[in-house]
Design a protein around this ligand. Structure first.
Ligand code: URA
Length: 425
């Protein structure tokens, strides 16, 4: 077998055979297939697509490139959630302890932010002392003791994806549905969860800008999970405007704690409960009542225990940025657009995100929203507060928010977009 013949097959719109897929993934992981060859193949896949059987085999080969975790020793059913990424998407933080409080075990292997979307680990690391890097034994220990854990995926899980994702990131080949689906699902299947709920984001702040593409991605991922014995469901949810009222690391932790305390923005509460119900259903616990676990403090109790078990102090004050800038409404009327992508880029430029994997993030940086689409605003009222330690970044953030990112109309009518747009099982 050789890389050039595999590339030619896909370049010429052929179907990759099982042996070709197994070989190319294994040889790439070992370094025998070069980055330039794999990037040519990734581009051919982006342009010419893959059939369902090819995606299934590609995913299986990526799983086989590393270790598989096993939670069968736990006394509870396991359930996990994966979001395809958005702006202000802090849902994992209240969701994991909430679902644990309802009786499932939640092994939430999470990632860092890159570009305009935030990462769960960056958010959690704004809690003083909290550790994202756990050994497999430590992870199992926290899961067993508390019922939930949020931590970084170990290097041993789907190493082929780790290499390939970094390559796709710099070769314009991230947006291929077969590659996104196999990348996400190889890690989730290798992680060993019994049930999986996918939050597939749709809109300006998401990978998938329209519903048709999001449905295709969701169907592909649900099919892969089901074929591997993982009970998998997808919700398609709106990402045309940020979730909640914050985008940024410590800002989002603070908002998540408000949700766990029984408050918080309505959209964050709604999506947290919708995903919790799906996870509990898929885990075989359909009678659990997540709304009650939020109200009676048991979800908060699990949060505090999880943070403490990973070295964090749940009572420590969260970092606050040194500088603030308030952006005010220019006219009175109804806020009809607050674009998720623009807010995500602004938060990123303020220091909440990173441009390269190695960059540090500012814990206190980000954007705070004072109004959401549909709200009436008056001229001069605060719309957004920008937070950063480095005030020279304000101008870059304001550039991202210029143009048509924010729209206020005096006509007065605004059709709200539903948060959950579709469900695929
Ligand atoms: N997240 C992943 O893990 N992989 C992708 O390809 C895209 C998003």
């Amino acid at each position: 077998m050789d890389a050039i013949s595999v590339i030619r097959t896909k370049r010429d719109r052929g179907r990759l055979g099982d042996a070709q897929i197994d070989w190319v993934i294994d040889a790439y992981t070992r370094g025998e297939v070069a980055d330039e060859q794999m990037s040519a193949l990734a581009m051919a896949i982006l342009l010419n697509g893959m059939e369902r059987e090819e995606i299934a085999r590609w995913t299986a080969a990526m799983i086989a490139s590393g270790e598989r975790m096993d939670f069968s020793s736990l006394p509870r059913p396991t359930a996990d959630k994966h979001s395809t990424g958005g702006v202000g998407d802090k849902i994992t933080l209240p969701l994991a302890p909430l679902v644990a409080a309802c009786g499932a075990a939640v092994p939430q292997l999470s990632g860092r932010g890159l570009g305009h979307t935030g990462g769960t680990l960056d958010k959690m690391e704004s809690i003083p002392g909290w550790r994202a890097l756990l050994s497999n034994e430590e992870m199992l220990g926290v899961l067993d003791e508390v019922g939930c854990v949020i931590c970084a995926a170990g290097d041993g899980l789907a190493p082929a994806d780790k290499k390939l994702y970094a390559l796709r990131d710099v070769t314009g080949t991230v947006e291929a549905i077969p590659l996104i689906a196999s990348s996400i699902m190889s890690k989730k299947i290798a992680e060993g969860t019994g049930a999986l709920v996918l939050d597939v984001k749709v809109g300006s702040g998401a990978f998938m800008k329209n519903l048709d593409d999001a449905r295709e991605l969701a169907r592909t991922m649900v099919g892969l999970g089901t074929d591997h014995g993982v009970r998998t469901v997808a919700l398609l949810t709106d990402m045309s405007t940020p979730l909640g009222l914050t985008a940024g690391n410590a800002l989002e932790v603070r908002e998540s704690v408000e949700v766990l305390a029984g408050g918080g923005p309505a959209d964050v509460v709604e999506l947290t409960l919708a995903l919790a119900r799906e996870m509990l259903d898929a885990a075989g616990l359909p009678d659990a009542d997540p709304a009650r676990a939020l109200a009676d403090g048991s979800a908060m109790d699990h949060w505090r225990r999880m943070v403490a078990a990973q070295g964090g102090d749940p009572d420590a004050p969260l970092p606050v940025a040194r500088e603030r800038h308030v952006l005010r409404a220019e006219t009175s009327g109804v806020l009809t657009r607050l674009d998720a992508y623009a807010v995500g880029v602004a938060a990123w430029r303020l220091g909440a995100g990173r441009a390269r994997k190695e960059d540090p993030v500012q814990a206190g940086a980000g954007v705070e929203l004072h109004a959401k689409p549909g709200d009436r605003v008056t001229a001069g009222a605060p719309l957004l507060t920008l937070h950063t330690d480095t005030p020279e970044r304000f101008d870059y953030a304001l550039q991202a928010l210029a143009g048509d990112a924010i729209e206020i109309t005096d006509a007065g009518s605004h059709e709200p977009t539903p948060l959950v747009l579709d469900r695929i099982a």
